[in-house]
Design a protein around this ligand. Structure first.
Ligand code: FAD
Length: 370
Protein backbone atom coordinates (compact mmCIF):
# COMPACT_ATOMS: atom_id res chain seq x y z
CA UNK A 1 0.00 0.00 0.00
CA UNK A 2 1.19 3.57 -0.78
CA UNK A 3 0.59 6.15 1.96
CA UNK A 4 1.25 9.89 2.11
CA UNK A 5 1.80 11.18 5.63
CA UNK A 6 1.27 14.93 5.88
CA UNK A 7 3.18 16.55 8.74
CA UNK A 8 6.61 15.63 10.09
CA UNK A 9 6.08 16.13 13.83
CA UNK A 10 6.18 13.25 16.29
CA UNK A 11 2.87 11.84 15.03
CA UNK A 12 3.79 11.94 11.34
CA UNK A 13 7.34 10.59 11.73
CA UNK A 14 6.26 7.80 14.11
CA UNK A 15 3.40 6.85 11.78
CA UNK A 16 5.75 6.79 8.77
CA UNK A 17 8.16 4.55 10.68
CA UNK A 18 5.54 2.05 11.83
CA UNK A 19 3.79 2.06 8.43
CA UNK A 20 7.09 1.18 6.76
CA UNK A 21 7.68 -1.61 9.28
CA UNK A 22 4.33 -3.03 8.21
CA UNK A 23 5.42 -2.95 4.58
CA UNK A 24 3.79 0.26 3.32
CA UNK A 25 5.50 2.50 0.78
CA UNK A 26 5.43 5.86 2.52
CA UNK A 27 6.08 9.46 1.54
CA UNK A 28 6.31 11.83 4.49
CA UNK A 29 5.71 15.48 3.57
CA UNK A 30 6.67 18.23 6.03
CA UNK A 31 6.46 21.80 4.86
CA UNK A 32 9.03 23.08 7.40
CA UNK A 33 11.73 21.17 9.29
CA UNK A 34 11.16 17.70 10.76
CA UNK A 35 9.90 18.00 14.33
CA UNK A 36 9.84 21.81 14.39
CA UNK A 37 6.13 22.22 15.24
CA UNK A 38 4.62 21.53 18.66
CA UNK A 39 6.94 18.55 19.09
CA UNK A 40 10.20 20.45 19.58
CA UNK A 41 8.46 22.89 21.98
CA UNK A 42 7.24 20.11 24.25
CA UNK A 43 8.18 19.92 27.91
CA UNK A 44 8.97 16.26 27.30
CA UNK A 45 6.72 14.75 29.95
CA UNK A 46 5.99 11.05 29.51
CA UNK A 47 3.16 11.04 32.01
CA UNK A 48 0.10 8.85 32.46
CA UNK A 49 -1.10 10.26 35.82
CA UNK A 50 -4.24 12.35 35.43
CA UNK A 51 -5.02 11.19 31.90
CA UNK A 52 -8.53 10.67 30.58
CA UNK A 53 -9.05 7.01 31.55
CA UNK A 54 -10.21 5.64 28.16
CA UNK A 55 -6.97 7.04 26.73
CA UNK A 56 -4.85 4.84 28.99
CA UNK A 57 -4.69 1.81 26.62
CA UNK A 58 -3.11 4.08 24.00
CA UNK A 59 -0.85 5.65 26.65
CA UNK A 60 0.30 2.19 27.80
CA UNK A 61 1.04 1.19 24.20
CA UNK A 62 3.04 4.40 23.84
CA UNK A 63 4.89 3.88 27.12
CA UNK A 64 5.97 0.38 26.08
CA UNK A 65 7.37 1.81 22.84
CA UNK A 66 9.21 4.63 24.63
CA UNK A 67 10.97 1.87 26.56
CA UNK A 68 12.06 0.27 23.27
CA UNK A 69 12.83 3.54 21.48
CA UNK A 70 16.63 3.31 21.63
CA UNK A 71 16.57 -0.18 20.09
CA UNK A 72 13.87 0.60 17.54
CA UNK A 73 15.45 3.85 16.39
CA UNK A 74 19.12 3.00 16.82
CA UNK A 75 19.81 6.02 19.00
CA UNK A 76 19.24 7.40 22.46
CA UNK A 77 16.29 9.80 22.47
CA UNK A 78 16.90 10.42 26.18
CA UNK A 79 13.87 8.51 27.37
CA UNK A 80 14.43 8.08 31.10
CA UNK A 81 11.92 6.24 33.32
CA UNK A 82 12.74 8.45 36.29
CA UNK A 83 9.19 8.34 37.68
CA UNK A 84 6.60 11.09 37.89
CA UNK A 85 5.76 12.59 41.27
CA UNK A 86 2.77 14.87 41.90
CA UNK A 87 2.76 16.73 45.19
CA UNK A 88 -0.37 17.28 47.27
CA UNK A 89 -0.93 20.25 49.58
CA UNK A 90 -4.55 19.91 50.78
CA UNK A 91 -7.26 17.35 51.60
CA UNK A 92 -9.31 18.08 48.49
CA UNK A 93 -6.31 17.33 46.25
CA UNK A 94 -5.58 14.19 48.27
CA UNK A 95 -9.10 12.86 47.76
CA UNK A 96 -8.95 13.78 44.03
CA UNK A 97 -5.69 11.87 43.70
CA UNK A 98 -7.07 8.82 45.54
CA UNK A 99 -10.22 8.84 43.40
CA UNK A 100 -8.10 8.96 40.24
CA UNK A 101 -5.78 6.21 41.50
CA UNK A 102 -8.78 3.94 42.31
CA UNK A 103 -10.37 4.60 38.93
CA UNK A 104 -7.09 4.16 37.02
CA UNK A 105 -6.14 0.81 38.62
CA UNK A 106 -8.58 -1.27 36.53
CA UNK A 107 -7.16 0.52 33.48
CA UNK A 108 -3.69 -0.82 34.34
CA UNK A 109 -2.12 2.28 35.93
CA UNK A 110 -0.82 1.87 39.48
CA UNK A 111 0.07 4.98 41.45
CA UNK A 112 1.96 4.81 44.74
CA UNK A 113 0.91 7.18 47.52
CA UNK A 114 3.86 8.74 49.36
CA UNK A 115 3.79 10.12 52.92
CA UNK A 116 5.62 13.40 53.66
CA UNK A 117 8.51 11.58 55.37
CA UNK A 118 8.98 9.35 52.35
CA UNK A 119 8.95 12.34 49.99
CA UNK A 120 11.73 13.94 52.04
CA UNK A 121 13.72 10.71 52.30
CA UNK A 122 13.55 9.83 48.62
CA UNK A 123 13.57 13.33 47.14
CA UNK A 124 15.37 15.69 49.56
CA UNK A 125 14.45 19.35 49.14
CA UNK A 126 11.27 18.60 47.23
CA UNK A 127 7.81 19.62 48.40
CA UNK A 128 8.27 20.88 51.99
CA UNK A 129 4.75 21.34 53.32
CA UNK A 130 3.28 18.69 51.03
CA UNK A 131 0.90 16.36 52.88
CA UNK A 132 1.33 13.51 50.35
CA UNK A 133 2.25 12.76 46.76
CA UNK A 134 1.41 10.32 44.02
CA UNK A 135 4.28 8.53 42.32
CA UNK A 136 4.16 6.74 39.00
CA UNK A 137 7.45 4.87 38.85
CA UNK A 138 7.42 3.84 35.18
CA UNK A 139 6.82 7.31 33.75
CA UNK A 140 9.48 9.91 33.03
CA UNK A 141 10.60 12.10 30.17
CA UNK A 142 12.19 12.15 26.74
CA UNK A 143 14.03 14.74 24.65
CA UNK A 144 11.61 16.68 22.41
CA UNK A 145 14.43 17.80 20.11
CA UNK A 146 15.53 14.27 19.31
CA UNK A 147 12.41 12.18 18.91
CA UNK A 148 10.92 13.28 15.56
CA UNK A 149 14.29 13.44 13.72
CA UNK A 150 15.09 9.99 15.15
CA UNK A 151 11.81 8.53 13.88
CA UNK A 152 12.30 10.23 10.49
CA UNK A 153 15.84 8.93 10.13
CA UNK A 154 14.83 5.39 11.13
CA UNK A 155 11.87 5.59 8.74
CA UNK A 156 14.20 6.66 5.92
CA UNK A 157 16.35 3.60 6.60
CA UNK A 158 13.22 1.50 6.07
CA UNK A 159 12.67 3.17 2.69
CA UNK A 160 10.36 6.06 3.58
CA UNK A 161 10.75 9.03 1.27
CA UNK A 162 11.02 12.12 3.48
CA UNK A 163 10.29 15.46 1.82
CA UNK A 164 10.82 18.44 4.15
CA UNK A 165 11.09 22.20 3.66
CA UNK A 166 8.67 22.05 0.74
CA UNK A 167 5.70 24.13 -0.19
CA UNK A 168 2.54 22.05 -0.10
CA UNK A 169 -0.10 22.95 -2.68
CA UNK A 170 -3.44 21.41 -3.46
CA UNK A 171 -4.39 18.17 -1.74
CA UNK A 172 -6.87 16.32 -3.98
CA UNK A 173 -8.95 13.19 -4.07
CA UNK A 174 -8.18 11.21 -7.24
CA UNK A 175 -9.57 8.04 -8.77
CA UNK A 176 -6.69 6.05 -7.24
CA UNK A 177 -6.60 7.80 -3.88
CA UNK A 178 -4.97 11.18 -3.21
CA UNK A 179 -2.48 13.57 -4.71
CA UNK A 180 -0.47 16.31 -3.02
CA UNK A 181 1.38 19.07 -4.87
CA UNK A 182 4.89 19.59 -3.47
CA UNK A 183 8.09 21.18 -4.80
CA UNK A 184 9.25 17.71 -5.83
CA UNK A 185 6.15 17.35 -8.06
CA UNK A 186 2.81 15.61 -7.65
CA UNK A 187 2.90 12.89 -4.97
CA UNK A 188 0.21 10.24 -5.25
CA UNK A 189 -0.92 7.41 -2.96
CA UNK A 190 -3.91 5.25 -2.09
CA UNK A 191 -4.09 6.54 1.48
CA UNK A 192 -3.47 9.91 3.13
CA UNK A 193 -2.73 10.38 6.83
CA UNK A 194 -3.29 13.86 8.21
CA UNK A 195 -0.71 14.45 10.98
CA UNK A 196 -0.61 18.21 10.53
CA UNK A 197 -0.89 19.05 14.24
CA UNK A 198 -2.61 22.36 14.94
CA UNK A 199 -3.05 22.74 11.16
CA UNK A 200 -4.79 19.36 10.91
CA UNK A 201 -8.23 20.97 11.24
CA UNK A 202 -7.66 22.82 7.98
CA UNK A 203 -6.94 19.62 6.11
CA UNK A 204 -9.95 17.89 7.65
CA UNK A 205 -12.16 20.86 6.66
CA UNK A 206 -11.05 20.43 3.03
CA UNK A 207 -12.70 17.00 3.19
CA UNK A 208 -15.91 18.38 4.71
CA UNK A 209 -15.18 17.42 8.28
CA UNK A 210 -14.59 20.62 10.24
CA UNK A 211 -13.75 20.27 13.94
CA UNK A 212 -13.85 22.78 16.83
CA UNK A 213 -10.10 23.29 17.27
CA UNK A 214 -8.45 26.15 19.10
CA UNK A 215 -4.79 26.96 18.53
CA UNK A 216 -2.89 27.81 21.69
CA UNK A 217 0.64 28.05 23.02
CA UNK A 218 1.53 26.76 26.50
CA UNK A 219 4.56 28.64 27.84
CA UNK A 220 7.74 26.87 29.00
CA UNK A 221 10.99 28.10 30.51
CA UNK A 222 14.40 26.83 31.53
CA UNK A 223 16.78 27.91 34.28
CA UNK A 224 20.54 28.08 34.44
CA UNK A 225 22.12 24.70 35.36
CA UNK A 226 22.12 23.58 38.99
CA UNK A 227 23.72 20.50 40.57
CA UNK A 228 21.80 17.47 39.30
CA UNK A 229 19.62 16.31 42.24
CA UNK A 230 16.01 15.93 41.10
CA UNK A 231 15.37 12.74 39.18
CA UNK A 232 11.59 12.47 38.65
CA UNK A 233 9.32 14.75 36.70
CA UNK A 234 7.52 16.86 39.31
CA UNK A 235 3.94 18.16 39.24
CA UNK A 236 1.08 19.04 41.59
CA UNK A 237 -2.44 17.81 42.29
CA UNK A 238 -4.51 21.00 42.48
CA UNK A 239 -7.73 22.33 41.04
CA UNK A 240 -6.28 25.89 41.04
CA UNK A 241 -4.78 26.51 37.58
CA UNK A 242 -2.15 28.92 38.96
CA UNK A 243 -0.69 26.19 41.21
CA UNK A 244 -0.51 23.63 38.44
CA UNK A 245 3.14 24.00 37.48
CA UNK A 246 5.51 21.20 36.64
CA UNK A 247 9.24 20.83 36.16
CA UNK A 248 12.05 18.38 35.53
CA UNK A 249 15.78 18.66 35.83
CA UNK A 250 17.68 17.60 32.72
CA UNK A 251 20.89 15.66 33.18
CA UNK A 252 23.11 18.69 32.56
CA UNK A 253 21.32 20.43 35.47
CA UNK A 254 18.90 22.95 33.97
CA UNK A 255 15.34 22.97 35.29
CA UNK A 256 12.73 22.95 32.52
CA UNK A 257 9.29 24.11 33.62
CA UNK A 258 5.77 24.93 32.45
CA UNK A 259 2.14 25.29 33.54
CA UNK A 260 0.46 27.65 36.00
CA UNK A 261 -0.63 30.27 33.46
CA UNK A 262 -3.21 30.47 30.67
CA UNK A 263 -2.14 29.38 27.19
CA UNK A 264 -1.76 32.18 24.65
CA UNK A 265 -3.76 32.16 21.37
CA UNK A 266 -1.59 31.51 18.28
CA UNK A 267 -2.37 32.55 14.70
CA UNK A 268 -2.05 29.50 12.43
CA UNK A 269 -0.26 31.68 9.87
CA UNK A 270 2.63 31.68 10.44
CA UNK A 271 2.00 29.52 13.54
CA UNK A 272 4.81 30.86 15.73
CA UNK A 273 3.72 31.07 19.37
CA UNK A 274 4.83 34.15 21.33
CA UNK A 275 5.82 34.11 24.98
CA UNK A 276 4.50 36.57 27.57
CA UNK A 277 7.12 37.96 30.00
CA UNK A 278 4.43 38.26 32.70
CA UNK A 279 4.01 34.49 32.76
CA UNK A 280 7.51 33.58 34.00
CA UNK A 281 7.31 35.19 37.47
CA UNK A 282 3.84 33.66 37.95
CA UNK A 283 5.29 30.24 37.15
CA UNK A 284 8.37 30.80 39.33
CA UNK A 285 6.26 31.75 42.36
CA UNK A 286 4.35 28.48 42.11
CA UNK A 287 7.53 26.48 41.43
CA UNK A 288 9.27 27.79 44.54
CA UNK A 289 6.60 26.11 46.65
CA UNK A 290 7.60 22.76 45.10
CA UNK A 291 11.34 23.38 45.21
CA UNK A 292 12.45 26.32 47.40
CA UNK A 293 16.00 26.00 46.00
CA UNK A 294 14.68 27.72 42.86
CA UNK A 295 14.31 31.04 44.69
CA UNK A 296 17.55 32.61 43.46
CA UNK A 297 17.93 30.86 40.14
CA UNK A 298 18.05 32.68 36.79
CA UNK A 299 15.66 31.79 33.98
CA UNK A 300 17.72 31.76 30.79
CA UNK A 301 15.10 31.12 28.08
CA UNK A 302 11.36 30.93 27.56
CA UNK A 303 9.43 29.51 24.61
CA UNK A 304 6.06 28.28 23.49
CA UNK A 305 4.65 26.17 20.65
CA UNK A 306 1.68 25.95 18.32
CA UNK A 307 -0.67 23.21 19.54
CA UNK A 308 -4.25 22.30 18.54
CA UNK A 309 -6.84 21.86 21.33
CA UNK A 310 -10.17 20.23 20.51
CA UNK A 311 -13.25 21.36 22.41
CA UNK A 312 -13.35 18.15 24.53
CA UNK A 313 -9.55 18.12 25.08
CA UNK A 314 -9.14 14.85 23.20
CA UNK A 315 -7.29 14.33 19.91
CA UNK A 316 -8.75 13.36 16.57
CA UNK A 317 -7.60 9.87 15.56
CA UNK A 318 -8.97 7.35 13.12
CA UNK A 319 -10.51 7.02 9.68
CA UNK A 320 -12.21 9.95 8.00
CA UNK A 321 -16.00 9.89 8.21
CA UNK A 322 -16.38 11.38 4.71
CA UNK A 323 -13.52 10.08 2.57
CA UNK A 324 -12.35 6.46 2.17
CA UNK A 325 -8.56 6.18 2.41
CA UNK A 326 -8.19 9.36 4.47
CA UNK A 327 -7.04 9.07 8.10
CA UNK A 328 -6.45 11.66 10.80
CA UNK A 329 -4.17 11.91 13.86
CA UNK A 330 -4.02 15.54 14.97
CA UNK A 331 -4.99 17.97 17.73
CA UNK A 332 -3.26 16.40 20.71
CA UNK A 333 -4.34 19.10 23.17
CA UNK A 334 -0.99 19.50 24.95
CA UNK A 335 -0.54 15.84 25.84
CA UNK A 336 0.64 14.19 22.63
CA UNK A 337 4.33 13.82 23.42
CA UNK A 338 3.72 10.84 25.69
CA UNK A 339 1.29 9.30 23.20
CA UNK A 340 3.39 9.81 20.06
CA UNK A 341 4.99 6.39 19.51
CA UNK A 342 1.67 4.68 20.35
CA UNK A 343 -0.20 6.95 17.94
CA UNK A 344 2.21 6.07 15.13
CA UNK A 345 1.96 2.34 15.83
CA UNK A 346 -1.84 2.40 16.24
CA UNK A 347 -2.40 4.46 13.07
CA UNK A 348 -0.14 2.13 11.09
CA UNK A 349 -2.10 -0.88 12.36
CA UNK A 350 -5.40 0.78 11.48
CA UNK A 351 -4.32 1.85 7.99
CA UNK A 352 -2.73 -1.47 7.03
CA UNK A 353 -5.15 -3.94 8.67
CA UNK A 354 -8.36 -1.90 8.86
CA UNK A 355 -8.52 -2.58 12.61
CA UNK A 356 -6.74 -1.42 15.74
CA UNK A 357 -6.34 -3.44 18.90
CA UNK A 358 -6.21 -0.20 20.92
CA UNK A 359 -9.66 1.42 21.20
CA UNK A 360 -9.76 4.65 19.19
CA UNK A 361 -13.53 5.07 19.03
CA UNK A 362 -13.58 7.97 21.50
CA UNK A 363 -11.29 10.00 19.23
CA UNK A 364 -13.28 9.66 15.99
CA UNK A 365 -13.56 12.85 13.97
CA UNK A 366 -17.34 12.86 13.63
CA UNK A 367 -17.94 12.93 17.42
CA UNK A 368 -18.62 16.68 17.11
CA UNK A 369 -21.16 16.31 14.32
CA UNK A 370 -24.16 15.83 16.63
C1 FAD B 1 4.93 24.07 24.73
C2 FAD B 1 4.38 22.68 24.66
C3 FAD B 1 4.66 21.76 25.69
C4 FAD B 1 4.16 20.46 25.61
N1 FAD B 1 4.50 19.56 26.58
C5 FAD B 1 4.06 18.27 26.50
C6 FAD B 1 4.43 17.31 27.46
O1 FAD B 1 5.22 17.57 28.36
N2 FAD B 1 3.93 16.04 27.35
C7 FAD B 1 3.08 15.70 26.36
O2 FAD B 1 2.64 14.54 26.33
N3 FAD B 1 2.74 16.60 25.41
C8 FAD B 1 3.21 17.86 25.45
N4 FAD B 1 2.88 18.78 24.50
C9 FAD B 1 2.06 18.33 23.38
C10 FAD B 1 2.91 17.64 22.32
O3 FAD B 1 4.13 18.31 22.13
C11 FAD B 1 2.10 17.61 21.02
O4 FAD B 1 0.81 17.08 21.28
C12 FAD B 1 2.76 16.76 19.95
O5 FAD B 1 4.12 17.10 19.80
C13 FAD B 1 2.01 16.95 18.66
O6 FAD B 1 2.73 16.32 17.62
P1 FAD B 1 2.18 16.45 16.14
O7 FAD B 1 3.07 15.66 15.29
O8 FAD B 1 0.71 16.16 16.12
O9 FAD B 1 2.27 18.03 15.82
P2 FAD B 1 3.48 18.94 15.37
O10 FAD B 1 4.73 18.60 16.07
O11 FAD B 1 3.01 20.34 15.43
O12 FAD B 1 3.70 18.51 13.85
C14 FAD B 1 2.78 18.87 12.84
C15 FAD B 1 3.59 19.21 11.62
O13 FAD B 1 2.74 19.36 10.49
C16 FAD B 1 3.33 20.31 9.64
N5 FAD B 1 2.30 20.75 8.68
C17 FAD B 1 1.22 21.53 8.92
N6 FAD B 1 0.48 21.66 7.80
C18 FAD B 1 1.11 20.93 6.85
C19 FAD B 1 0.83 20.66 5.48
N7 FAD B 1 -0.27 21.15 4.88
N8 FAD B 1 1.67 19.88 4.79
C20 FAD B 1 2.79 19.37 5.38
N9 FAD B 1 3.11 19.59 6.67
C21 FAD B 1 2.27 20.35 7.40
C22 FAD B 1 3.82 21.38 10.57
O14 FAD B 1 4.84 22.17 9.97
C23 FAD B 1 4.33 20.54 11.75
O15 FAD B 1 5.73 20.29 11.67
C24 FAD B 1 3.35 20.09 24.52
C25 FAD B 1 3.05 21.01 23.53
C26 FAD B 1 3.57 22.28 23.58
C27 FAD B 1 3.27 23.24 22.47
Amino acid sequence: MDVIVLGGGLMGTASAFFLARRGARVTLIERRGIGTGATVASFGNIRRTGRYLPQLPLAHRARALWGQAADLLGRDVEFRATGHIRLIYDDKALSDMRAFADAARPWGLNLDELEPAEIQRRFPGLGPGAIAASFSPEDGSGNPRLIAPAFAEAAQKLGVRVIAQTSVGTISRTSGGFSVEADAGLIEAEALLNCAGAWGGRIAAQFDEPVPIEVLGPQMGVTEPLPHRILPVVGVWSSAAKDNVYFRQVERGNIVFGGGAPHVPVALDPGYAQTDPVTTPIQMRALIRLLPALRDVAVIRTWSGCEGYLQDMLPVMGASATTPGLFHAFGFCGHGFQLGPGVGDAMAELIITGRCETPLEGFRINRFAA
